[in-house]
Design a protein around this ligand. Sequence first.
Ligand code: SF4
Length: 283
Amino acid sequence: MSKIKVAELFYSIQGEGRFMGVPSVFLRTFGCNFKCAGFGMPRGELSTEADEIATIVQHYNKYEELPLVATGCDSYASWHPSFKDLSPMLTSDAIVERIMEILPYKTWLDEHLVITGGEPLLGWQRAYPDLLSHEYMKPLKEITFETNGTQKLTDDFKEYLLDWAGSGLTNRGITFSVSAKLSCSGEKREEAIRPDIVCEYQELGYTYLKFVVATEDDAYEALEVSDIYRLAGFEGPIYLMPVGGVESVYTLNNRRVAELAMKAGLRYSDRLQVPLFKNEWGT
Ligand code: SF4
């Protein structure tokens, strides 16, 4: 039976993108190919690891005890090696059992499954078929993969997803929510912007881009990068979303980013988990 290293598994509402407001189970896998140390840092002052995360050195036993950060990746504990012991390796049966416990009616109704990270399309692709094929997962109608858009899908997984989405009268939907990283993330353009890979996702499901921005420069870069995706054949919608894993940073940015999105003719995505739940772990 397949196993997945699970950073978090919780029930909340989707705060971002296409399914904002939809009740959702979030499966946060452990591991990421990036660090995104640049978020919240002044341009040109990037280190290899956000200083704030590097200072969180003491031992934590639970996610709920971890501090929120204003710089770097706000889900740092889902990939940072210092916190790997907080993420158990669970069998697909154990994951399904936990999902049934947290769903309000102990089965899927209108809820949606969000597979997020970290980067959920790393090696865990091989484990999802076992999980999604479980008998109790059959009523599930919608999955979103929240990805940074740099991981190719394996042929086996592509075939599985096509079959999952197209099986009979179930009318199931797959969404790829691609948070491609701009230079404010601190990641290298050639590694972060992979239109060849994102164009493959759109052959399998509804695919959109979501750029995290703080400044007008970021918004202009998002437009420039959008052109790269468009030239490669990307056809989906494009969102701008304010940076801000803590409320003080988010409220400085949200209205300005909405205005920048309007000016650029792009969509605006909020991050409702910040004003509603203060972006606490498990929300
Ligand atoms: S890609 Fe996402 S999870 Fe990975 S470091 Fe960047 S923000 Fe964090």
